[in-house]
Write a protein that binds this ligand. Structure first.
Ligand code: PEP
Length: 255
């Protein structure tokens, strides 16, 4: 499901390395399914670990399937890797790339760019994560964001921007106790759009959804999306808590 006139918002759940069993994965899906099917304007994307992708079911579902990573390679001798074509074959529509936890494990902007191109080649939408480690009063973090965007999108074709989502996730707000304020999210989202427009041209980037991620709960979800003027959310911890995630979906859909 792409963002269209009907679907105006998108909420992505990044399950990270959770849960431990197939049974528990199925249980999360079961509890989210009903709420997702009642949403009028919001696309739900569930990104479990690879091994649980099949637990999300086959065919028509009230949510889209997502993955948390992808190989830069098409196929071959790359032990442990999962290709974009394999994900496509599992009906994956969205894939997170450049998450700060993967960047910490060595993923570079150049690797992110290769992954985005591999996804585009396979027809999968890339959810490109960017975010500064810290905010400084001199505004140095804006250069960090600009460089991440520029280098992570190197070689990405304009025509494929319809298969791109940008998730702004300030690293200091991930796994924290407090999310960023809606006003600060708004300011940063404007800056991200400007950098994208300077790179590709305004007409190509107006439809690129900008999401916020970092300590989102049902309590702050509405304020962040409304005041932040973003197209949705990337949710970590709360995405494996069906009650909390369902509330986030409802709050966003009601805006
Ligand atoms: C994340 O890791 O993408 C994330 C947003 O985590 P949390 O919601 O737990 O801060």
């Amino acid at each position: 499901m792409p963002i269209t006139k009907k679907y105006k918002k998108i909420v992505i759940g990044n399950w990270k390395q959770n849960p431990t069993t197939h049974e528990a994965a199925k249980n999360i899906v079961k509890h989210i399914k009903k709420t997702a099917s009642e949403l009028k304007k919001t696309i739900t994307v569930l990104c479990p670990p690879f091994v649980f992708l099949q637990n999300l079911g086959k065919g028509e579902q009230p949510f889209s399937k997502g993955a948390q990573d992808v190989s830069v390679f098409e196929s071959g001798s790359h032990t442990g890797e999962v290709s974009a074509e394999m994900l496509k074959d599992c009906e994956v529509e969205y894939t997170i790339v450049g998450h700060s936890e993967r960047r910490k494990a060595g993923e570079t902007d150049a690797m992110v760019a290769s992954k985005i191109k591999a996804l585009h080649f396979a027809g999968v939408t890339a959810v490109m994560c960017i975010g500064e480690d810290n905010r400084d009063s001199g505004g140095q973090y804006l250069d960090t964001l600009k460089n991440q965007i520029k280098h992570s999108l190197a070689g990405v074709e304009k025509k494929n921007l319809s298969h791109l989502v940008v998730a702004y996730e300030p690293v200091w707000a991930i796994g924290a106790t407090q999310a960023m304020s809606g006003a600060d999210v708004h300011e940063t989202a404007i800056y991200i759009k400007k950098v994208l427009a300077d790179l590709f041209g305004h007409e190509y980037v107006v439809k690129v959804p900008i999401l916020y991620g970092g300590s989102v709960t049902f309590r702050n979800a509405g304020e962040i999306v409304k005041e932040g003027h973003v197209d949705g959310l990337l949710v970590g911890r709360e995405s494996i808590n069906p009650e909390g995630f369902n509330e986030i979906l409802k709050v966003v859909d009601a805006l």
